[in-house]
Design a protein around this ligand. Sequence first.
Ligand code: IPD
Length: 273
Amino acid sequence: MSDNIDEFFEAALSLVKTAGNLITEYREGCKLFELKSSDIDLVTEIDKKVEETLINGLSNKFPDHKFIGEETVSDGGKCELTDDPTWVIDPVDGTMNFVHGFPHSCISVGLMINKVGVAGIVYNPILQQLFTAKKGQGAYLNGKPIHVSQMTELKKALITFETGTSRDEERYKAMLENFQLIVNKGHGVRSLGSAALNMCMVALGGADAYFEFGIHAWDIAAGAVIVREAGGVCIDPAGGPLDVLSRRVLAAGTTELAQELAQTLVQFYPERD
Ligand code: IPD
């Protein structure tokens, strides 16, 4: 199977690099967009074109593979995770950044087999950051190995965190309470505007942890492989195992920090993917 994973990974990587050119054409921003689930959940033609490029390319090569793609699901497609090889795709993670020309957007592609993440690619073509990982083979930034930080205590930790793409009142309340908790108890809070890139910052050791309530499978599937392969943990924010469809995630460099956060955070349970 690992030979197959290498073949799957190389095919996806080549498509991701090609699709990255669609994003760099709009490095100064993409002013034409539509709204999806709320007035802060945006989609552009480029999101759709990147997803089409990836799904067409991968399904031509691997006709029996399945897909969970952000824009396909938004257009009414199924979000179904089976044991079959399944590509979980966010064509532009950080669409709000992409629209504004804030240079932190990426293509995020995770591969799951038997419901386990086996490969992840997160590519920010604007800043030329390519994060990659294959199960059991480590995590890399532009080909160089990366490792999580060894931070075990919240009081010295730098935490990434997002305000999200819905204005749901209950979620907002939990988000603001958590923001206050982390500001009071931790070293500092950062927000890149992309779940996948936040996870890669944890993998790189630049941030000590990241959590979010309300993300989707496509935001985190690739990042989860990259964080784990960099030596970190990726769990449910209440402390149990990660369920990629639960719309909840907590990534950290160490189990100690992850568990301290799990005990500290105000929990929110969105509707599942
Ligand atoms: C969003 C970004 C954002 C996060 C949201 C995601 P999108 O993805 O990752 O940082 O807060 O939860 O949905 O919509 O830009 O692909």
